[in-house]
Write a protein that binds this ligand. Sequence first.
Ligand code: SF4
Length: 332
Amino acid sequence: MTQKIALIPAPPMLFPEALFLYSSDVVLIEVQGNKKSVKQTMKTPFEGIIPSVNYHLWEPCNMRCKFCFAPFYDAKKLLPKGHLPKEQSLQLVSELAAFGFEKITFAGGEPTLCPWISDLISEAKKWGMTTMIVTNGSRINEAFLEQNKEILDWIILSIDSLTDETNLKSGRAVTGKKVYTKEEYFKLIDKIKKYGYRLKINTVVHQLNFQESMKELIEYAKPERWKVFQVLPIKGENDKHIDEFVITDEMFSAFIANHHQLQDEGILVRENNIEMKDSYVMIDPAGRFYTNKNGMQEYSESILSNGVERTYFKMNYNYQNFINRKGVYNWK
Ligand code: SF4
């Protein structure tokens, strides 16, 4: 099965491209004018490896969600600013692409606060990766949408509730005070669609919203995918308030049952605490793979110092869990 074409570094007159095949083969194609010919085939370490990676490029966020599991306290101890500098971050993205990851999701914190976010997206796109950003939406404006329309494929909006009170209580509000109203969310969705971005919505289900219906939002936004997560406790990251948010499996199932039609249509993809663990390839702001399989964040060594291959394999990510949680879908 043929996947995305990726540009690879090449002599300027040859413009070779790499066609990634799901079988773990890479075919290098030489393009001269209209003529294309197979130059070389090679094996990648791709088979059985999760093809998508989430790069949490930095921790700063303008919202204050009390259940947030991404404050990355550990990275702050490691690096003076708590995240890689721009040049290292760019290098990391190119090394991830060279390793064979096909899709990259930039997350945070709030990634749109990062002044070099467009450079990172552009670097990933240069390599032919499918590019995504997870955002709380507060800084997605016309300028951002215009600037990134050729390089960013998907926008993933985190929306947990259309009720101001719920968003305020949960901290999903700028500085914990200014909520995004229903009307503002709808206008934002209109703008994103106007520019032709593919849209996904993420919702975290917790004590304050498990009885809420999100049908109006989803029917309006018509996202290609709606990921619904059971709020996830992570030791050392969100312990302080998590008791106010954790829900039982039954409460989570009640939310799903309330939206079963969207699940039947294949739009809603659910993930409870078990399904979420160990099935995401995640990178922290200090440039290390991490996993939450034991209920806390555990890190690899630095990817840039030790190589993607060595650090990836040490993490023992669970490919089957990735498949089970429907991690493969039509993202290209
Ligand atoms: S918007 Fe996202 S990164 Fe920011 S506090 Fe909320 S969950 Fe955390």
